[in-house]
Every structure is written in structure tokens, then in C-alpha cells.
Design a protein around this ligand. Structure first.
Ligand code: HPA
Length: 246
């Protein structure tokens, strides 16, 4: 399989990758948080960079929005660039009334209204759970940074605009914390390929009371989450996910 959507050279992408939806967020993370960032992908302006976080080689690549776009990039990363750990770093719309703007949500599993997983699984429900060790590493990293984290299930929707009016209430009834658009596809793909995926989300808007982040906050407001995810990838690479050296 040739890489259709990545012009990254062989060996230029690290085995651990952060996946924000917005390519400009990928650039922001790489240029402000990573040491020696090098741009490794520019195809379709889906910016990708490789640099270092406390000595760990790590890449960050935009995915675009939604499961189809995300799976194009995740598939090519896994199959052609041997990526083994993927952390989606995104925004979400809060469902749980206790969540506020800027809060962090760590997904344990994702439901979806997308047909993609069923399509790949003979019409049946494919489990879409986050990797336990990588997710524990993220929880440990957030704890060490003193950042509170809401941990639980999320919902990956195909419809940012115009979903069924009763959906937020139904999701809340089922204990789902927040809505985003990618995790369910990413988790199921990672399981199929025996690689680890997790999703750390920042609340950018509230589906119940209509508060929302501005464009600049959406781009830069994820820095705390990015640092936590990078710490977690470092801990996971060292083989001690979830450990708390405090
Ligand atoms: N819906 C879907 N995805 C999102 C939302 C939303 O309200 N906010 C951030 N990502």
C-alpha cells in the first residue's frame, strides 16, 4: 500500500503520535512544545511534525474532522509508518452538566452514530475501547500535573450540526460525558492492528447551555492536554504507564 495522503519520508514519523483534528493545532503544539520540530508532512496541508519531548521522539499530525478523515491518516500511520501509540488530542462538546469549558475528558470508550465500525464488522457492534495502559498513563500524567480529569465514555458523532434534538438528553441518561467526532473509529482501528490508542479531550463547548470557546482558544487552549499526552507517551515508552513517581 502506498501512502496516498502522507508525503512523509520513510522513518520520519515517530512510533508515538499525537493526533489533533486541526493541522494548525499540530503546528502550534510542535513549534511551542517540542524540541527540534521538523515538518514531515504537508500533503493537503495536513501538517505533521516530528520532534522531541524530554528525549522521546514524538510526532504530531492533524487528522481533519470526523471518523473517515481520521481513519485515512491513522491507517497510513499504522500500516506505512509503523506507529504504535496514537493519542487523539481534540475538543469535545460537554454533555455532563458538571463539565465546564476547558475541562479535560479522558475517554475510556466511545459509542457512535457512524456506520463505519459496523461497516467494517459485518453489521455488528465493534467494541471501541481506549487502550487501558495508554489511558492509565494519561490519567497518571494528569495527576502528576495536578490537572483534574473526568474519565468515562464519549460519543463520536458524524453530525456536528443538525443531529436529533433529543440526543444530548439521551446521551446524558446513558452516562456519556461528551460528544466528539473521531474516537470510536480510532479505537476500533487500533484494536484491529494491535496498537494502542487513547483520546484526551478538552471541553470547547457545552451542548446543554451553549457556552463555547473562540477560534484562538480552540487552537491554543489544548496546551495542558498536549503536555499531559506527551508525558503519558514518555511514561508508556519507559514501560511504566500510570506510575506516579510523586
Ligand atoms: N459536537 C461534536 N463534536 C464536537 C463538539 C460538538 O458539539 N464540540 C467539539 N467537538
Amino acid at each position: 500500500m502506498s501512502s496516498i495522503h502522507l508525503d512523509a519520508a520513510a522513518g520520519s514519523i515517530a512510533d508515538a503520535v499525537l493526533l489533533p483534528g486541526d493541522p494548525l493545532r499540530a503546528e502550534h503544539i510542535a513549534t511551542t512544545l517540542l524540541e527540534r520540530p521538523l515538518r514531515v508532512n504537508g500533503e493537503r496541508n495536513m501538517l505533521g511534525f516530528t520532534g522531541e519531548w524530554q528525549g522521546l521522539r514524538v510526532s504530531v499530525l492533524g487528522t481533519g474532522m470526523g471518523i473517515p478523515s481520521t481513519l485515512i491518516y491513522a491507517t497510513e500511520l499504522i500500516q506505512l509508518h509503523q506507529v504504535r501509540r496514537l493519542v487523539r488530542l481534540g475538543t469535545c462538546g460537554a454533555i455532563a452538566p458538571s463539565l465546564g469549558l476547558g475541562d479535560l475528558v479522558l475517554a475510556t470508550a466511545a459509542g457512535t452514530d457512524s456506520a463505519v465500525n459496523r461497516h467494517r464488522f459485518g453489521g455488528m457492534d465493534l467494541p471501541a475501547a481506549a487502550d487501558l495502559r495508554l489511558t492509565a498513563a494519561i490519567a497518571g500524567a494528569a495527576r502528576r500535573r495536578g490537572l483534574p480529569l473526568a474519565t468515562g465514555t464519549v460519543f463520536s458523532t458524524d453530525l456536528f450540526h443538525g443531529g436529533p434534538p433529543g440526543l444530548p438528553g439521551l446521551l446524558d441518561r446513558m452516562g456519556i460525558l461528551a460528544v466528539e467526532m473521531e474516537a470510536a473509529g480510532l479505537f476500533a482501528l487500533a484494536a484491529e492492528h494491535r496498537v494502542a490508542a487513547a483520546a484526551l479531550l478538552t471541553v470547547s463547548d457545552h451542548l446543554v447551555d451553549q457556552r463555547r470557546y473562540g477560534a484562538q482558544q480552540r487552537r491554543t487552549g489544548l496546551d495542558d492536554a498536549a503536555r499531559v499526552a506527551l508525558d503519558a507517551l514518555l511514561a508508556a515508552a519507559a514501560g511504566n504507564p500510570g506510575s506516579d513517581p510523586a
